[in-house]
Design a binder for this molecule. Structure first.
Ligand code: NAP
Length: 520
């Protein structure tokens, strides 16, 4: 039974101001009301997180691992109810939401395994050299410690995997940081049920009850207050460039600026090289159309720009792709606001000079929208920055180049990206080589012969990129490296054993070898 309340210090807290949850498929308000967090709620949640910090930060990695696994179990125990409410709130289909739940619980267990291995704590020891001339060297031991209470903002398009118990929360809890989530107003019921699962895990694992809090709200003021709060020491954000930038500016303008890890949007360019395009243009066109429309195009990794050399092979690609895209009927977006923004953006592109609408925008039906594809010559694309901006939804631009050199000029002019893709056959490798040093300066993940939608949760994954793809080019929000955002290195000089953190004293901060022993 949903209460519509916040979760603060293990208690369901309510206040008078409410907002209504929406039904995504219709864009209409439901009769389920949720509390709108006040300044006092933000204050209480952050104070509880700070109060929990010393005890939670002092837990052993094995205890936190057990906690993360219990959260996963508790989410699974509520799986059906979570999917049911998430379907209403997001209009995403059941199979997708069940898959996303599996990814979310898998991610929690992945971080549990990872912290038990110890390598992320990066223990380094420089033993004392008392006899070194001309100066003796002190004993230095460095280890990564949790950064402090973390604020997390999830995006509407992943109500589970990038939300309440998503990658940001999992990696911050794994690091030893309490978390306060500002629930996304598009899926408050989903957030409440997941928070309930985390509360059950806090209770059964005897974690301090301020370790996790959820505040709900449809207005921006509570999120802004959370980021500005002096006891918050880092922020994990997934969402739009506009929202991310507004909160980033708050984070860095505080008297004590804090790291703000914003994972924002991207157009994820795909470069079609001549041999590949001639040999398998039709197959690539069908694959691209499927990737572009997956989840109604509501992915940060949506391949929204295709770049190729003008000619017969590119025309075939475009014809096959537009036919496949034209056959996709209208599908509901996550919120009425997102559908409206999509409509506005595709119509603006359709009206731009020198832009050809290959698949012209169709009027939306309520929250349901149809794919749209445009084509533009490279010199026009290069002179109009607005054509580079993300359109959140199933829309794309095909950039026509005179030759591969012009394709390289397009690559060089790109803003920061989450991903960039090269479609190549063996005869294209020489032409593609100069693109690698250019694109690796733009994107966090470079792909060959694949599509960027679908992000593996693994050790070698990088899900981030140069601004505006993310606000910190060194960080990823997916994969084991995500934990580094919430750890900070501390050196202990000439520290007696009795005062050293446990991980230094017992070596549990060292990587575990295959036989289970610690590397010394
Ligand atoms: P959004 O509108 O930016 O919302 C994200 C969160 O930020 C919400 O809680 C929202 O609350 C809050 N927010 C937005 N503007 C704010 C402001 N000015 N002040 C305070 N809080 C603010 O994003 P979305 O529509 O949910 O998500 C879609 C976007 O996320 C797309 O651009 C997509 O590409 C991106 N995305 C990126 C990744 C990635 O990993 N890089 C993954 C998924 C999605 P309110 O709703 O109250 O505004």
């Amino acid at each position: 039974m949903l209460s519509g309340r916040h979760l603060i210090n293990g208690e369901a807290v309510e206040n008078k101001e409410r907002f209504a949850a929406m039904e995504a498929a219709t864009g209409l308000a439901t009769d389920r009301l949720y509390c709108e967090a006040s300044q006092a709620d933000v204050e209480a949640a952050v104070i509880a997180a700070e109060a929990a910090f010393p005890a939670y930060a002092a837990t052993k990695a094995a205890q936190r691992a057990a906690f993360l696994r219990t959260i996963a179990d508790e989410i699974e125990a509520r799986g059906e109810a979570i999917t049911k409410i998430a379907m209403i709130e997001s209009a995403l289909p059941e199979a997708r939401l069940n898959g996303e739940r599996g990814r979310t619980t898998g991610q929690l267990r992945f971080f549990a395994d990872y912290i038990e291995k110890g390598e992320c704590f990066d223990l380094r020891v420089d033993p004392a050299l008392p006899d070194r001339a001309p100066m003796p060297r002190p004993d230095l031991r460095l280890i990564n410690r949790p950064i402090g209470p973390v604020a997390v903002f999830g995006a509407s398009n992943f109500p589970l995997a990038f939300s309440t118990a998503g990658g940001d929360t999992a990696s911050a809890l794994a690091a030893g940081c309490p978390v306060v989530v500002k629930g996304h107003p598009a899926h408050p019921g989903t957030s409440e049920l997941v928070a309930e699962a985390i509360l059950a895990a806090m209770e059964s694992c005897r974690m301090p009850l301020g370790t996790f809090g959820l505040i709900q709200g449809a207005g921006h003021q509570s999120g802004a207050a959370l980021v500005a709060h002096p006891l918050i020491k880092a922020v994990g954000f997934t969402g739009s460039l506009r929202g991310g930038r507004a909160l980033f500016d708050i984070a860095v303008s505080r008297p004590e600026p804090i790291p703000f890890y914003g994972e924002l949007g991207s157009v994820n360019p795909v470069f079609l090289f001549p041999e590949a395009l001639t040999a398998r243009g039709e197959e690539m066109a069908k694959g691209w159309a499927a990737s572009l429309t997956m989840g109604v195009g509501q992915f940060c990794t949506n391949p929204g720009v295709v770049v190729g050399v003008e000619g017969e092979a590119l025309s075939t690609f475009v014809n096959v792709a537009t036919e496949a895209l034209g056959a996709v009927g209208p599908q509901p977006m996550l919120t009425g606001g997102i559908a409206q923004a999509y409509d506005g953006e595709v119509n603006r592109r359709a009206g731009a000079s020198d832009v050809i609408a290959l698949l012209p925008p169709k009027p939306s039906e309520g929250c349901a929208v149809s794919p749209a594809v445009f084509s533009v010559a490279a010199d026009q694309w290069l002179s109009d920055e607005s054509l580079q901006q993300e359109v959140f939804g199933p829309a794309a631009v095909v950039v026509r180049c005179k030759d591969v050199a012009e394709m390289l000029a397009v690559a060089g002019a790109l803003e920061g990206q989450l991903t960039a893709t090269l479609m190549v056959d063996s005869g294209d490798l020489g032409a593609a080589r100069p693109f690698v040093p250019v694109l690796e300066r733009k994107a966090g993940r470079l792909l060959c012969n694949g599509f960027s939608t679908g992000v593996e949760v693994s050790h070698a994954m990088m899900h981030g990129g140069r601004y505006p793809a993310s606000t910190d080019v060194r960080s990823t929000s997916v994969g084991s490296k995500a934990i580094e955002r919430f750890l900070r290195p501390v050196s202990y000089q000439n520290f007696p054993e009795a005062l050293q953190p446990d991980e230094i004293r017992d070596g549990s901060g060292l990587p575990r070898l295959q036989d289970g022993s610690r590397q010394l």
